[in-house]
Design a protein around this ligand. Structure first.
Ligand code: HEC
Length: 250
């Protein structure tokens, strides 16, 4: 046996061993599911792509709804220069019974902070061939929309339904901006008092009552808002979204 051949025979088991370790449990799954091969083709322009600060990305992302839909499995960032002409994403992940593909905004922990639309899910999608066509026309990813969606989701709007309700603060999408930004607090309105707040000071979350109210466990605004945010994970998401939106406001 020549040296080259011998080298090959020695090397082969090693290569096999290494690749077996590498792929681990993925090998098992691919046999039962469609492995990769989908192509997402998106057209149609998306409004307010540039409204997000560093640390957030507008993406098309693959989620596993069964295991951990709070973090994407993989994603492709849509560049802020995307003008609606074409965005192509070759999805190489396993497409299984619990896979969904969403247009969303994610933070740097790969968590969705704004779900815009579902492009693919096993229950609702019939895909002929391997291409998922998606028209994004009319979709809006404005960061402030994510904030008002959150006010709805966390039921802030149940109490803050309009300017005559709790704290004389309306947090419905139509009112929220005008009632927050540069508006003096209803509870702490006097600049000459020891404690004075504006609801939102653009560019400065730390001095904004909206952010403070979500930060402190004590009853800063006469009502414990922290206990209202349902889970610890939400608490983090809600706070960082509010903070980053205020700090990004001009
Ligand atoms: C169960 C009712 C309730 C819910 C739900 C609620 N709030 Fe409040 N909120 C109040 C009340 C009552 C006040 C006024 C307290 C006071 O002035 O003493 C207030 C005050 C505030 C203020 C201060 C207003 C000002 O100008 O002084 C902010 C900001 C605020 N809430 C934000 C929120 C946000 C954001 C949410 C959702 C995460 C939320 N609230 C959910 C009852 C609620």
């Amino acid at each position: 046996m020549c040296m080259k051949k011998m080298f090959f025979f020695l090397l082969l088991p090693l290569v096999m061993l290494l690749s077996a370790c590498d792929e681990g449990d993925i090998v098992e799954k691919t046999t039962a599911y469609k492995s990769g091969g989908y192509v997402v083709k998106m057209t149609g322009s998306i409004a307010n792509m540039d409204s997000w600060p560093d640390g957030y990305d507008v993406v098309v992302a693959v989620f596993n709804e069964d295991k951990d839909a709070d973090h994407y499995v993989s994603a492709k960032r849509i560049p802020t220069t995307y003008d609606g002409s074409a965005f192509v994403y070759h999805v190489s992940d396993v497409i299984g019974a619990y896979t969904s593909i969403r247009l969303c905004v994610v933070n740097n922990l790969h968590m969705p902070v704004m779900n815009v639309d579902t492009l693919y899910s096993v229950e609702t999608s019939v895909v002929s061939g391997d291409t998922i066509y998606y028209d994004a026309s009319g979709k809006d990813v404005a960061m402030f929309k994510a904030v008002t969606d959150m006010f709805e989701k966390e039921s802030c709007t149940q109490c803050h339904v309009n300017s005559k309700a709790a704290g004389k603060l309306g947090l419905k999408a139509a009112d929220a901006y005008a009632q927050l930004v540069n508006v003096t607090s209803n509870h702490y309105p006097n600049e000459s008092d020891a404690v004075f707040f504006k609801r939102v000071v653009p560019g400065n979350a730390d001095t904004s009552l909206l952010y403070k109210a979500l930060m402190v466990d004590t009853v800063l605004t006469g009502y414990n808002h922290v206990s209202h945010i349902q889970t610890k994970k939400n608490e983090y998401l809600v706070r960082t979204l509010v903070r980053d939106w205020i700090n990004n406001e001009k």
